[in-house]
Design a protein. Sequence first.
Length: 451
Amino acid sequence: MGLKEVSSDYTVSIHYDRRLYRQDIRGSTAHARMLARQGIIDGSEAEAIVDGLAQVRSEIERDEFPWRPELEDVHMNVERRLHEIIGEPALRLHTARSRNDQVALDMRMYVKDAIANLLEILGHVRGALVSLADDHRTVVMPGYTHLQRAQPVLFAHHMLAYFEMFGRDAARFDQARDRADVMPLGSGALAGLPYPLDRDWVAAELGFSRISTNSMDAVSDRDFLLDFHAAASICAMHLSRLAEELVIWSSDEFGFIRLSDDFTTGSSIMPQKRNPDFAEIARGKTGRVFGNLIALLTTLKGLPLTYNRDMQEDKEGFFDTEDTLTATLRVFAGMLGALKLNEGRMRDAAQSSYVLATDIADYLVSKGMPFRGAYRIVASLSDYAVERNKQFHDLSLDEFRTFSDLFDEGVLAISVDTSIDARAVPGGTGAARVGEAIDRAKQELEGRNGV
């Protein structure tokens, strides 16, 4: 390949930015109509442009569009094809705009559309979590800190923790969509345009809530993409945390859950294995989502105002993150929906451990002992039980009273169920509180879906 071919190919973006065609055609259609409304071009020319753009879109969607790499990007491909279809009027389309504000417009529209789609799929994931919680309201499991059994909790409470995480993700995507909801067309290359444009009309026509207020910022701003990448990265991190738990819980060592065959794969040599590959791949894909955020930050960090060709690099990483997160959310919606619980194994894991130590300390506090004193006594009691290979429920009242005279028959009634019921504080794992949380979650999802 010669230098000419290398240099020309190096600037070509059509292989990835062609997916902006819907937004590009919508923006051009609104721009043409505005130009006619303002008397900048003739109404018949605008009508020809609009009709021609509709034909271009139809060709693209029928996969009959003659993409030409030498035209570099989607914008010039659409404009050139428009000229081939309608002739002279097509030359009027680029009046009162630059590719700089055109690209910014297309990307903002695309981001808004992408976020709307992601929010819908994210709602399915949150719905799957609520269904799991609702269907298994009474299932007890050990809660963990440092991956050590800590205190008994309801499985539903654990699932609702992720519901909250993904709720914050939805809020961040909402905020990112709001920041993208600024119409930049009319900024020109950087300084504005010497035409009587009606930017507010175009904004309303394209579904924007407001117009940009500084032309230099409008063509060089990619903060809305950083907002998207940041929201996507945090969401991917939450998915990765959940993936890690699914991997652990599905292992023989835990045995808490069984993943559907649709979301596991076999070993090439060990026929007994069911590997949680979908969860593992989701965990791995988080790194590329993080990388796309860092890549864009690095691209932008040294750019002077206003537009620089470096900004062409804003698209591939964005599309990759959109595709990666969309696919991962869809996988999780299905994987969670097909999850099976080993309820007995989960309860046994809570009961056959020392997760009631805090409850026993709280019991002594209820008898008037300061918590720090109760803590020391139960620490010694735990050591005693471990040394004798006993659980708390194996100890006699006499053994308890060896450590404190405050122990009476009531200590023998402490169980994982009483522990959970006692935690009725708002936000706690108490059954009543978890039931209320499930109902609130359902209402939240219904309200969001109704918007």
